[in-house]
Design a protein around this ligand. Structure first.
Ligand SMILES: NC(=O)c1ccc[n+]([C@@H]2O[C@H](COP(=O)([O-])OP(=O)(O)OC[C@H]3O[C@@H](n4cnc5c(N)ncnc54)[C@H](OP(=O)(O)O)[C@@H]3O)[C@@H](O)[C@H]2O)c1
Length: 254
């Protein structure tokens, strides 16, 4: 399905990014595996990609840093170009808006929203050279709904989703299709680092109509679909993968 395509997945060493990188490789893509700190985990992802018979390149880069981003894209060019950009990596602390400082805001919005804007700017000429491309950004329900202590990250994700719509309309005439995927709660290190993760996971599991939490692989399946020829008319959408969780206003336990 994606044979001959080259993908860049940011934050591909762990969690959702890892699952997406492996899924794209299974579908035939060569993958640039970006990470920030966990080199060994990133190398293991690259080995798994190579075990599928695909090429992989591991690149350490902070997607909130201009110089790192320039170097990351130099590596992408050296790897052969770009057809698929998965903007997955994100940062953010959980805290009430009353505690947010200018530094927190600039770092979080700078990484999650400006990082995305500038990555697409760098991706466009590479995708044009290959006749088109796909961009998928990972967002979250906190962009449109209130999650406790999530105001800073939620605001950065709201900006990200707006950018997805604007980029989508600007780039669709060049066959570069841009969309966002919004997972519900997925059990990854990001969730495991919360103060009481088991409690959060159990509450969400109970309130999820399909009866289980969505997994990184569920998210990866949708991302791969958006990169496939079948998704040619899906433009500028934010698609939710949460087993129906976000539809439920309340569950009355009997
Ligand atoms: N998990 C959820 O419930 C959930 C729900 C909704 C949306 N999402 C979104 O899904 C995406 C992935 O979340 P996750 O839960 O899979 O996260 P995760 O398990 O914490 O993994 C984060 C990944 O991003 C990398 N990373 C972090 N900061 C980076 C930076 N500045 N530059 C480059 N790479 C960086 C990490 O690299 P290292 O391994 O090197 O540290 C790691 O590969 C995020 O955009 C998140 O907002 C997650």
């Amino acid at each position: 399905m994606l044979t001959g395509k080259i993908a860049l997945v940011t934050g591909a060493s762990r969690g959702i990014g890892r699952a997406v990188a492996l899924r794209l490789a299974q579908a035939g893509a060569d993958v640039v595996v970006n990470y920030l700190r966990k080199e060994r985990a990133a190398r293991e992802v690259a080995q798994a990609i190579e075990a599928y018979g695909r090429r992989a390149r591991v690149v350490k880069a902070d997607i909130g840093d201009e110089d790192d981003l320039a170097r990351l894209f130099d590596e992408v060019v050296a790897f052969g170009g770009l057809d698929i950009l998965i903007a997955n990596a994100a940062i953010g602390v959980m805290e009430p808006l009353l505690s947010v400082t200018a530094k927190h805001w600039q770092r979080t919005v700078g990484t999650n929203a400006w990082g995305f804007l500038t990555m697409v700017q760098k991706a466009v000429p590479l995708m044009r050279a290959r006749g088109g491309g796909r961009v998928v950004a990972l967002t979250s329900l906190g962009s449109t709904r209130v999650i406790e202590q999530y105001g800073l990250v939620g605001s950065s994700k709201a900006a990200l989703e707006a950018l997805v719509r604007y980029w989508a309309v600007e780039l669709a005439p060049e066959s570069i299709l841009v969309n966002a995927v919004s997972p519900g709660i997925i059990e990854t290190d990001a969730i495991r680092s919360l103060s009481s993760p088991e409690q959060v996971l159990e509450v969400v599991r109970r309130q999820t109509p399909v009866g289980r939490l969505a997994t990184p692989e569920d998210v990866a399946g949708l991302v791969a679909f958006l990169c496939s020829p079948d998704a040619q008319m899906i433009v500028g959408q934010t698609l939710v993968v949460d087993g129906g969780y976000s539809h439920l206003a309340a569950r009355v336990d009997t």
